[in-house]
Structures are given as C-alpha cells and as structure tokens.
Ligand binder design. Structure first.
Ligand SMILES: NC(=O)c1ccc[n+]([C@@H]2O[C@H](COP(=O)([O-])OP(=O)(O)OC[C@H]3O[C@@H](n4cnc5c(N)ncnc54)[C@H](O)[C@@H]3O)[C@@H](O)[C@H]2O)c1
Length: 362
C-alpha cells in the first residue's frame, strides 16, 4: 500500500512535535498544512519542508489526502473532525475528542456511517514507560489489579502560561485539561470504568496571572478547580483520581496500581518514558524495573503511526475514538455526579488497547 497522505489542520504550539516525529517515515507523509491563521501554516510548512499550504476548505476538498491530523483548539475539535469525516477522510484529533458528549457521539457516529477511522490523543500510553507497566501487569507481576491512585496536583497554569484564561472556562479546568493523560493510562492498565462518583469545588472565584505578558490581570473562574473521582472499573478495581489547580505542594505520586501480589509505581502519564517501580509482598524497598519498550522520548504522533499501520493491516488502532469517548464520558460523569450528589453509571465502554510489541517500528 502507498504511503498514507496526511493533512494537518492547526499549526500552533503542539504541531512542532508532531511534524518532527512524522517526518521521513515509510508508512506516511505529511503533504499539506492549514490553519485559520495562514501565516502560521506557512511558517510550519517552511520549517518542515511541506509543499502545500492550503485553506481549511481546500485541504478538506483535496482528494489526495487520506487522513487529517486535527491539532486545533479543543473548542474546534468536534467541528473540524466532523468536516474531515464528511469529506471522506480519516481523522486523528488532539485531546479531547470533543467538549460535549453529544458532539463526541456525533463524531463517532459519522465515522461509523462513512466507514472511516477516528483516532485521538493522548498517545503517551504507547510510550516505553507505560508499555513496560502494561507488560508487567499482563505478565502477572502484581497479580490481579484491585485498586489505583492517580494524582495531578498543581496550582494551575497562570504562573507560566502566557494566555491562561481558557484553563478556567467551562470545558477546561484540571480534569478536562489533564484527565485524558491519567484516564488513558488507567483504562489501558486496568480496563474500562463502569460507575463513578465525583466531588468538585471552586476554591477561589478569581485567579491572578503571574506570568508575562498578562502579569497582574485577573481571571474569573468558571469551572471546578479541584476535582476528585472514585472510579469503579468493570473488573472490580477501585480507582481514586484527583486533578487539582488548587494545591501548592504534594508528595503524592502520579499513578500507582495496587494488585493482589504487589504494587506498581507508574511514570508521569504526560511523558513517554520515566521510572517504573515495583514492590512485592514482604519487600521494604521499591525495585526499579528496566524499560522493555522503545519510544521513551517525546514521541507524540506514535498514535498516528499506529493508526496508519492499523489502516494498512486492517486491525484496530490503539489511540482510538471509542477510548477517547469513554475518557470524555468519565470526566463529564465526575462533574455530573458532584452536581447531582449521586453515582454516575457509565453508558459507554471500550476495549483495552492491545499491548505494543517490545520492538517498535516507525
Ligand atoms: N501545547 C501543548 O503543550 C499541548 C500539549 C498536549 C496537547 N495539546 C493539545 O493540542 C491542541 C492544540 O494546542 P496548541 O497548544 O497547539 O494550541 P495553539 O493555540 O498554539 O494552536 C492551535 C492552532 O489551531 C488553529 N485553529 C484554531 N481553530 C481553528 C479552526 N477552526 N480551523 C483551523 N485552524 C484553527 C489556531 O489558529 C492555532 O494556530 C489542543 O487540543 C491542546 O489541548 C497541547
């Protein structure tokens, strides 16, 4: 099969790492870029040697493009993905799949109707660190997983991000911004979620920007900034997930998985490598486990490479729309449970992505 030809819509910050990692591959080629801001598309095309700079409509109309990488802002994800699918192309979107569950369902339904694939970030769970954890669990290193903890504890992005207001708008906050990393790992390692409860709070109705160039400006907070969820997984394991923009310091670890025969300390789910630690019954110290898989540096785009390989070999791809929708529903469910004061029962499920083989092909 010929190379899959990719068009990129959205040439902002994150596009650099995709365009770097998707260069010089046998299976695919980025042939065109587009952005609402044409200058940004021109800049990336020049930087990465891409011949075609198109308008969004032109890119969608281009029959030579098979798959579109949707790297626009979250509010535009669903609209762009729907247009891509309508144009008869596969789509791989940055996270989240959509802002609302309704839009997420529309994207999946339209793709199914047209016989096209939907992929979605994050793809960090395909990195060497997290695949090592997957292999350990599959090999029985901790026995049956019975519980997990996952913590994203910080004090928000207004101290470093130049434009931090959107993090405090509806559809953002710590869970929708960072939750996809944590949930994709928990679901990859444990399985889908069946039922959950959540508690959320807004700690401060107003935040002050301390980064430049907006130093001193105030942000009105419109979304919960401390979000805690208890997740009942389909296999009976119980997860505790907290994401916060309200915490000044914490010694909690990113993710730990507790099994009947040991505990696993999992690397930062927003990275591809990291340290994997195992502690077995009776041991007083954790042991570091050697990484068994490749892709430990910033490998954003590995989910696209896997999707292209899946297309060619007619097999399911790992960072897929079904998983992304399950993650989106889990995040909405935690907020809804808190508002209603009752458990939220998931309506979606997903398959656990297959483990990657130890040798990773690019
Ligand atoms: N920046 C990061 O470190 C980072 C990390 C992980 C994930 N992401 C995700 O990547 C996505 C993009 O983030 P970013 O930081 O690159 O944002 P950005 O604002 O730097 O870039 C987004 C680009 O999309 C373009 N755009 C917006 N709406 C469009 C539309 N309707 N049609 C065409 N172009 C459109 C904008 O002009 C802009 O150039 C987000 O979903 C974000 O959550 C970003």
């Amino acid at each position: 099969m010929d190379k899959i030809r990719i068009g990129v819509i959205g040439c902002g910050n994150i596009s650099d790492i995709y365009l770097t990692n998707l260069r010089e591959l046998e299976s695919l080629e980025v042939v065109a870029v587009a952005d609402l801001n044409h200058e940004k598309a021109v800049e990336k095309a020049n930087k990465y040697g891409i011949d075609l700079v198109l308008g969004v409509d032109e890119l969608l109309d281009d029959d030579a493009i098979d798959l579109v990488l949707n790297l626009t802002i979250p509010a535009a994800h669903a609209e762009i993905s729907l247009r891509v699918i309508e144009a008869g192309k596969h789509v791989y979107s940055e996270k989240p799949l959509a802002i609302t569950l309704e839009d997420g369902r529309k994207v999946l339904a339209k793709a199914e109707e047209k016989g096209l694939l939907v992929g979605s970030a994050p793809d960090t769970f395909l990195g060497g660190g997290l695949q090592t954890c997957k292999k350990l669990i599959q090999d029985g290193a901790i026995g049956e997983p019975i519980a997990a903890t996952a913590f994203m504890m910080g004090h928000g992005p207004e101290s470093w991000h130049p434009d931090p207001e959107f993090f405090y708008r509806a559809g953002a906050g710590p869970m929708f911004d960072m939750g996809p990393y944590y949930l994709s790992v928990l679901i990859n390692l444990i399985g889908p979620v069946q039922r959950l409860t959540g508690s959320t709070r807004v700690t401060s109705p107003e935040r002050t920007i301390t980064s430049e160039p907006k130093y001193g400006q105030k942000i009105k907070v419109e979304t919960p900034t401390h979000v805690a969820g208890i997740l009942d997984f389909e296999n009976g394991a119980i997860g505790t997930l907290i994401t916060s923009f309200d915490v000044w310091g914490s010694k909690t670890h990113f993710i730990e998985i507790y099994g009947t025969k040991g505990s696993l300390s999992v690397p930062d789910p927003n990275t591809f490598g990291g340290q994997v630690l195992l502690r077995k019954p009776g041991e007083v110290e954790w042991s570091e486990i050697a990484i068994t898989h490749g892709s430990i540096d910033n490998s954003r785009g590995i989910g696209v490479i896997d999707m292209v390989d899946a297309l060619k070999n007619r097999r399911p791809h790992r960072a897929n729309g079904e998983l992304a929708y399950h993650i989106l529903e889990t995040m909405h469910g935690i907020h809804e449970s808190s508002i209603k004061g009752e458990h939220y029962r998931m309506t979606s499920t997903c398959r656990q992505p297959e483990a990657l083989p130890s040798e990773i092909t690019k």
